[in-house]
Design a binder for this molecule. Structure first.
Ligand SMILES: *[C@@H]1O[C@H](CO)[C@@H](O)[C@H](O)[C@H]1NC(C)=O
Length: 227
């Protein structure tokens, strides 16, 4: 027969295990990532416009990604809570204009949003349900108008090159926080402005200085292609 002490010990171990499981779902901050469609499309692989038509020549949302301060990130946190388009049907038209898909073959966005929710959104579901998550991203997009920030500094998407530091500076001046710039390369191998990362606190409401930046480097001068 087991002693009361050993049962109690097992119970304590179980509780500790459960609390570790819960803690594993936690995260430290979000990356809010926007992409320039001109650079997404200007690659060897190219792109496909969504079924709703060519998106505006503006930055679109890529995602809102829970991240840890050590640079790693959780993913696919809850297979039991898959993307459900009916929960965000009121946001569809706003998502189509602000979070457009450019993947091939052409799609209506559901595949893109579903991937983002299942991989990233489920990792912040204890704080943001599906509708809140997409709404939070749309609201951050309104607060961070990157194209306007760049244009104010005379940086225009017309195929010219700009220094990486002038791009970062223009965004910091307008938004108040230092961005991380990710580049990709066109079919001739030129480095170009692809994605802009801003950090957001765990309420998904306010930008913060990034606790850590992703890896990867652009050249010191990068192209800003038209779209
Ligand atoms: C996020 O920032 C806002 C504004 O500063 C603040 O009200 C909120 O409490 C912050 N959330 C967290 C989790 O720090």
């Amino acid at each position: 027969m087991e002693s009361k002490g050993s049962i109690l010990l097992k119970l304590l171990l179980l509780l500790q295990y459960l609390s570790l499981l819960c803690a594993a779902q936690d995260f430290d901050f979000f990356y809010f990532v926007q992409q320039w469609p001109g650079s997404y499309c200007d690659t060897e692989k190219s792109c496909c416009y969504p079924t709703s038509g060519k998106p505006d020549a503006d930055f679109g949302i890529h995602g809102l990604w829970p991240n840890y301060n050590d640079g790693s990130y959780p993913s696919n946190c809850d297979p039991n809570n898959p993307f459900n388009p009916s929960q965000i049907s009121d946001l569809t038209s706003s998502l189509q204009s602000n979070w457009p898909t450019l993947a091939c073959p052409s799609g209506d966005g559901i595949t893109f949003w579903s991937h983002e929710w299942n991989k990233h959104g489920t990792c912040s579901e204890s704080l943001l349900k599906q509708h809140d998550y997409f709404e939070a991203a749309l609201s951050l997009r309104q607060k961070a108008n990157l194209l306007q920030a760049l244009k104010t500094a005379g940086i225009e998407p017309s195929g010219g090159s700009y220094s990486l530091s002038s791009i970062k500076g223009a965004i910091k001046d307008a938004i108040g926080y230092t961005p991380f710039i990710e580049c990709n390369v066109d079919s001739s191998g030129n480095s170009q402005l692809y994605q802009v990362y801003l950090c957001v606190n765990t309420s998904a409401s306010d930008f913060i200085e990034c606790p850590v930046f992703p890896g990867g480097k652009c050249g010191s001068d990068i192209q800003f292609p038209s779209f």
